[in-house]
Design a protein around this ligand. Structure first.
Ligand SMILES: Nc1nc2c(c(=O)[nH]1)N[C@H]1C(S)=C(S)[C@@H](COP(=O)(O)OP(=O)(O)OC[C@H]3O[C@@H](n4cnc5c(=O)[nH]c(N)nc54)[C@H](O)[C@@H]3O)O[C@H]1N2
Ligand SMILES: Nc1nc2c(c(=O)[nH]1)N[C@H]1C(S)=C(S)[C@@H](COP(=O)(O)OP(=O)(O)OC[C@H]3O[C@@H](n4cnc5c(=O)[nH]c(N)nc54)[C@H](O)[C@@H]3O)O[C@H]1N2
Ligand code: SF4
Ligand SMILES: [Mo]
Length: 898
């Protein structure tokens, strides 16, 4: 189906995870859009997860950065870009070009990324270009290169449909790649595909597994070394494949034997019962169609590259690669993690999957016409920010990432920025932590956001899709590629940066991939080198490689799988087994820091919440930053469910709500990465995490930092709901969430109810609120206070305060606040704290806004399956992201009933 000219619907791609779902956006003419899944997109066939479905709620211009700024003052584009180019030139002249660094992002479009990389490495002449993909994919990249000689993802999504066994390692697929998880669940229903999940936490994904291995953090290498030994010793070696197409098995096997001689040794190293390990080994050995999907539990590790290779080794020894339904499968996180790798956005790559061999440098130099091209690797993220701290880097341009939340040891980085002579940030939001960082000269450059810009992204299965514009550009925001090109021209490189459109950038990128390639490099877009503007607008998505004359009569045709012919990209075209190191002690805990802090994601938020934070549906599932702690540890520390705890590491601290759960093991803690300073008083994950880099990839360990936890005794808890954002006093604990009709802030405070009442009265008498009416309920003897502010009939704000143990009901108040002009009964309910109607409880199904209490009641009334629950209350019937939680409630509620 092609959309007709009159149809306002635009076909685009989701800006969130690496699944890369196709989205249909129909603008409403006033800055918003209706969102639906694209039934024709081969990644999702029309489905969207909770985040994708709620994209329409994230399009407001609230808190957007809309004008350039220099040192905190609004400036013209001309002035801002003059500052940037003058400073870059001055730093290069005084300190050399390698005093300049770029820190980019897997959320940039390929065209943005390409121009940034070309400008830095080709024309400014600095190799220091790294990206948040260092924190995300770089161990997978390194493992691929060691095994295959190239950074190639061998398989495709169809392999998940066609597998009989899917092993998920360090991946909370149900929450982080929900549409792939739906495809896996379909395969299970259709062909009985078995799931094995390997994770120290029993996540929602783990709860859906046929076999869950709750391994000790960091012990994956022992588990997969043991598997390699098992496969080698029990007749599962594919001799023909190993002999003809691989090298290095003996050394790898020797090392594996030393690490994991038998199942008992693996059990000791991983803490998993020997019977479960044996069951996993038997299942893997006996199933030819096996996909091993892995993500951050593997990559974000001080031993991430070895973890990846220990997995790939097991696929090579069985020859299970390159054919339908099998292979190692790195699930990429960001929408364009792959595109960044393709353009060479990592410090250890040059461009188009080429590195720094002299002939590669020479080839790119000739193609770009770039006499000043760099000849070797630059610094990787952790080292790069250390160099900022040391004063080695004088100018830093951050684009599309929020390192003051997402980088390890972020407090140190914040200090280090102050020494920069130029700190430039290309951003969409005006309130991100990174925008608020300061150098001696700080330039903020407003970027176009999703829906406003054009370009391409590549998903986990190498599929290039278009992101298309369907909104008008707000304020003075510009596309990143255009800003970078303008700086290139101002630095005197007119010809090299004469790009007139995203399509023009894409053509050059495709051209470089094919340049003197002749099948020697995996990444080849030869067939797209001459793509016309019209074809660029309609023809993608397509999977690479897609060399010239790849299809019949030269029609471009991508390739779903690689390595089916057993030929790899090493010099002898053989894949390599890698001899891995034994798992080290991930991070030694001590008396002072006795816990291991694991970090990651929740279902409905994306990274530092710059987008999902705007959606009330997505903010309902988890409304405050929290720390998961095992019941035994909670008891030992005197922590109570929902109380506030201080989490400390050697590097920083956070204050989080306590969530007691046996999904983490004793000694293990988990905190989400999402809440930056715009959304919570003190919950920046980067402040706490140590981030020891993997020696091969440089990817920092983000899943295991020694930590301490203790209760914080705040006198009272409460919340403030208001139509607009309101700042709370210094010293209060708070977390802000989007709610229907405005913003809600949950707080904890040491202040008394009478002090809070005084504060409220002071506010209501201020000029801004003149004429507003205050309704109050106070019982200071019992330390309780509630109030509501009205502008005529309209409810403007309400606040509830009570001692911590008598915490006011947030869900009930949120429901009341959704009413703009409450009736008398509802006004009374706001002050009494009693719900006007039965509360739905915390939201489980974000799409239909169905709460836990409603689902529990439905189950209580006899709904015995996910389908029955859906039929009764609609929960789980749209995107399906909450089905694992409903299933868990079904077993829990059923158990309780029995
Ligand atoms: N909802 C949502 N989805 C997202 C994102 C988001 O922000 N929100 N972000 C996207 C991005 S950029 C990424 S990179 C992906 C990440 O997707 P995932 O990798 O699935 O997500 P994480 O929660 O970071 O971590 C995965 C799991 O690794 C486990 N783990 C920790 N240590 C170990 C270990 O030593 N061994 C093993 N085997 N497992 C371990 C953690 O307990 C955690 O459950 O998600 C993408 N999708
Ligand atoms: N402790 C811990 N830390 C982690 C992780 C973890 O699991 N634990 N995960 C790591 C991983 S895998 C990742 S991917 C990172 C993610 O971490 P970040 O990249 O820091 O997170 P985001 O919030 O996605 O930041 C993207 C920023 O780019 C802006 N933006 C959006 N679109 C555009 C655009 O088109 N142009 C420009 N110029 N800006 C734009 C957004 O407003 C936002 O501020 O975090 C890493 N850090
Ligand atoms: S799975 Fe969800 S977040 Fe990921 S691309 Fe698809 S709709 Fe977007
Ligand atoms: Mo990521």
């Amino acid at each position: 189906m092609t959309l007709s000219v009159a149809d306002p619907t635009v076909r685009t791609t989701c800006p969130y995870c690496g699944v890369g779902c196709g989205v249909l956006a129909t603008p409403d003419g006033s800055g918003g859009a209706a969102i639906a899944g694209d039934t024709e997109h081969p990644a999702n066939f029309g489905r969207l997860c909770s985040k994708g479905s709620a994209l329409g709620e994230t399009l407001s211009l609230e808190n957007r950065l809309l004008h350039p700024q220099v040192d905190g003052v609004q400036a013209s584009w001309d002035a801002a870009l003059t500052t940037v180019s003058d400073k870059l030139r001055a730093v290069a002249e005084t300190h050399g070009p390698d005093a300049i660094a770029f820190y980019l992002s897997g959320q940039l479009l390929t065209e943005d990324y390409y121009v940034a990389n070309k400008l830095a490495k080709g024309f400014i002449g600095t190799p220091h270009v790294d990206t948040n993909s260092r924190l995300c994919m770089s161990s997978a990249v390194a493992a691929h290169r060691r095994a295959f000689g190239s950074d190639t993802v061998p398989g495709c999504y169809e392999d998940l449909d066609e597998a009989d066994l899917i092993v998920m390692v360090g991946s909370n697929t149900a929450w982080c790649h929900p549409i792939l998880f739906r495809r896996m669940a379909d395969a299970k229903a259709r062909r009985g595909t078995k799931f094995v999940v390997i994770d120290p936490r029993r996540t929602q994904t783990g709860q859906e597994a046929d076999l869950f291995l709750g391994i000790r953090p960091g012990s994956d290498v022992a588990l997969f070394s043991g598997l390699l030994v098992h496969l080698a010793d029990n007749g599962f070696r594919d001799r023909a494949f190993v002999d003809s197409h691989t090298a290095g098995l003996d050394a790898a096997l020797d090392r594996a034997r030393a690490i994991a001689p038998d199942v008992a040794a693996v059990a000791a190293a991983t803490g998993v019962p020997a019977s479960d390990i044996a069951a996993f080994y038997d299942l893997f050995a006996g199933t030819r169609r096996v996909v091993t999907a892995f993500s951050q539990g593997v990559n974000q590790s001080a031993q991430g590259t070895d973890k990846g290779n220990s997995i790939i080794n097991c696929h090579l020894i069985t020859g299970r690669i390159g054919e339908t339904g099998m292979g190692p499968f790195s699930l990429t996180g960001q929408p364009n993690a792959m595109g960044g790798r393709e353009v060479g956005g990592l410090a250890n790559m040059l461009a188009a999957h080429m590195h720094f061999a002299p002939e590669e440098v020479d080839r790119v130099r000739r193609f770009w016409g770039a006499p000043r091209i760099v000849t070797g690797e630059g610094m990787k993220a952790v080292a790069l920010f250390e160099a900022v701290a040391r004063g080695k880097i004088k100018a830093l341009w951050v684009m599309g990432t929020n390192p003051l939340v997402s980088m390890p040891q972020a407090d140190r980085i914040r200090e280090a920025l102050k020494g920069l002579e130029l700190y430039a940030v290309s951003e969409v939001m005006a309130d991100s932590d990174t925008v608020r960082g300061l150098g001696k000269t700080t330039v903020l450059l407003p970027a176009l956001a999703w829906g406003e810009k054009d370009g391409t992204v590549t998903n986990s299965e190498r599929r290039i899709s278009r992101q298309r514009r369907f909104l008008t550009a707000p304020g003075e925001a510009r596309a990143d590629w255009a800003v970078l090109s303008e700086v290139g021209r101002r630095l005197g490189h007119d010809r090299a940066f004469a790009f007139s459109s995203a399509a023009a950038v894409f053509r050059e990128h495709a051209g470089l991939s094919a340049y003197e390639n002749n099948g020697t490099r995996d990444f080849d877009l030869g067939a797209l080198t001459d793509i016309s503007d019209a074809a660029y607008d309609i023809n993608l998505p397509v999977q690479w490689p897609i060399p010239k004359r790849s299809g019949p009569k030269g029609a471009p045709q991508g390739k779903a799988r690689l390595f089916g012919d057993g030929r790899f990209y090493t010099f002898d075209r053989r894949a390599r087994f890698v001899a891995v190191q034994p798992p080290g002690l991930a991070q030694a805990v001590s008396e002072d820091f006795p816990f291991v802090l694991n970090t990651g994601r929740v279902r409905d938020h994306w990274h530092t919440m710059t987008r999902t934070g705007k959606s009330q549906r997505l903010s309902a599932h988890r409304a405050v930053p929290f720390v998961e702690v095992h019941p035994d540890d909670a008891a030992g520390l005197g922590l109570t469910e929902g109380g506030i705890a201080r989490l400390r590491t050697e590097h920083g601290e956070a204050e989080l709500e306590v969530m007691i759960t046996d999904t983490v093991v004793p000694g293990g803690l988990f905190m989400p990465m999402h809440w930056g300073s715009a959304y919570a008083s003190k919950a920046r994950v980067g402040a706490l995490v140590r981030g020891v880099p993997d020696p091969v990839s440089g990817q920092p360990e983000l899943k295991a930092t020694p930590a301490a936890l203790e209760p914080v005794a705040y006198r009272a808890r409460g919340f403030l709901l208001s139509r607009r954002q309101v700042a709370l006093p210094e010293g209060w604990w708070w977390a802000r969430a989007s709610i229907t009709g405005g913003w809600g802030v949950q707080f904890a405070t040491a202040a008394s109810s009478s002090a809070v009442a005084l504060m409220v009265r002071g506010l209501i008498q201020s000029e801004a609120l003149a004429g507003f009416e205050l309704a109050e309920y106070a019982d200071h003897a019992r330390d309780r206070y509630r109030c509501a502010v009205y502008d005529g009939a309209r409810l403007v704000a309400c606040l509830a305060y009570a001692p911590a143990e008598a915490r006011p009901d947030w869900e009930a108040a949120k429901a009341l606040f959704a009413i703009e002009e409450p009736e008398a009964a509802e006004r009374r309910a706001l002050l009494s704290g009693r719900a006007a109607t039965a509360s739905a409880g915390p939201v489980v199904c974000a799409c239909h806004g169905v709460g836990a209490d409603v689902i529990a009641a439905t189950i209580g009334a006899g709904a015995g399956s996910v389908e029955a629950v859906g039929a009764a209350c609609k929960a789980g019937t749209n995107c399906g992201s909450c089905i694992p939680e409903i299933r868990k409630m079904l077993t829990g509620e059923t158990a309780r009933a029995a």
